[in-house]
Design a protein around this ligand. Sequence first.
Ligand code: GLC
Length: 544
Amino acid sequence: MAPGWWTEAVIYQIYPRSFADSDSDGIGDLPGITARLGHLAELGVDAVWLSPFYPSPQADAGYDVADYRDVDPLFGSLADADRLIAEARAKGLKVIVDLVPNHTSSAHRWFRAAVAAAPGSPERGRYIFRDGLGPDGAEPPNDWQSVFGGPAWTRLVEPDGRPGQWYLHLFDTAQPDLNWDNPEIRAEFLDVLRFWLDRGVDGFRVDVAHGLIKQADLANWEEPQEILSGNEADKPRPPMWDQDGVHEVYREWRRVLDSYDGDRILVAEAWVEPAERIARYVRPDEMHQAFNFEYLLAAWTAPTQYAVITRSLEATDAVGAPTTWVLSNHDVIRHASRLGLSAQGGRPNGIGIGDPQPDAALGLRRGRAATLLMLALPGSAYLYQGEELGLPEHTTLPDESRQDPTWERSGHTQRGRDGCRVPIPWEADAPSYGFGPTDASWLPQPPLWAEYALDRQRGVAGSTYETYRTALRLRREHALGRGTLEWLSSGDEVLSFRNGGLTVLTNFGTAAVPPPAGELLHSSAPLDADGRVPTDVTVWVRHS
Ligand code: GLC
């Protein structure tokens, strides 16, 4: 059987709020996306993944879902979703939607029913309710912290007005965690999968895939809460992340997907380390892909990049799955800025006025080099809207305009993720840079957006947009996604490898180096006057 499309696909993440606004409310929507699909076909990606557009109070920008089978009026209607899927298909693009199974919105009918019902009721049994500790139950059931800061438990006021039970929310208070030990929850999500598969989607990106099952005793966990579950040999696994029970859920989902025609996929958002642990999510009867966050978090040095690429390939090879690569998404600092920070690696959570600012030119230069390195690797790659424009993080967003719940919940210590979510620029001279018909924009766009606008870069040789477009074309022509990587050099300064007919070289050192022998097909920035590859540049060469 031919390998599935997804094994080598380039998948473009659309964050619907910030992609294109058709109705001037300052929030992007599905008709806006449909009208701009031509951009994605021209760019040359294979698929789009849409972040949530379901009915939601938007406490966490739609990752708080109140109804899994509808579209929020903010974003349009089910008919708009159908049109988007059909138009995408007509343009040869697959469509992946976001599924948020770890928690619902507190506005979901199930949670409302749970709040109205008594302790011990079947309604409460859909979530994780517990009595508090201490004589009057005033202490939370355990010491878990929310990923967004503050305790992971909130106490209810019972229908009779007395303080009552506590419910678990690993994220915001408006995102109660579901009880995945309850068969009703499992059945519901199988049905939700079918609902969207029947509408023609090509797959699901599964939110917080490592969180569904909690250790049965809800044991205390003194460590600071992070979405990333590290698994250092000398430490126990956190009781809320990467429990073995999650895999049974995905095996069941896989059977549903396999019962449909075509090649539909499941993609795990699982912040799990090390690579061998994440590979467990993509065993042959589970999901198809998992985001490679270890790669995203890796520092920009040759030894680190070499190690993470090698480890990632080995770990997925061991289970027969393709590797994925990703540099940016809606939860992290855009890589064109992250790579310009003086401290490399890890996951800084937002940058604001008064914080050390990234070196913008260095970040973009490294960002383009990193992208060309990534797009030459075998496997599947994810792009985040705007990175094809070289868009930086908005690092001077006024704190008053922040919307990420992280900012409030962390007591203003973590600025959060708004800086990568600012509506993107299409036309330099249009209101809201072409994001919508008027100036309305749910997060303020900085003036420098004009220089990154698509219309300033289209057809301009050497622009970031044209650099991405050429890379995607060559990647397809040379079938790089389904190739094999063979290292040629893995020193401290230079990484170089072969993939099929191409030799790829990235210069991490301080001095320019000669390019590999052969015909230069592409580079992330011009070579120097002597034809050498300067610092922080990647080249693609057709070897003879
Ligand atoms: C995932 C999403 C993130 C969201 C969180 C809670 O990590 O990517 O945006 O806040 O889950 O749903």
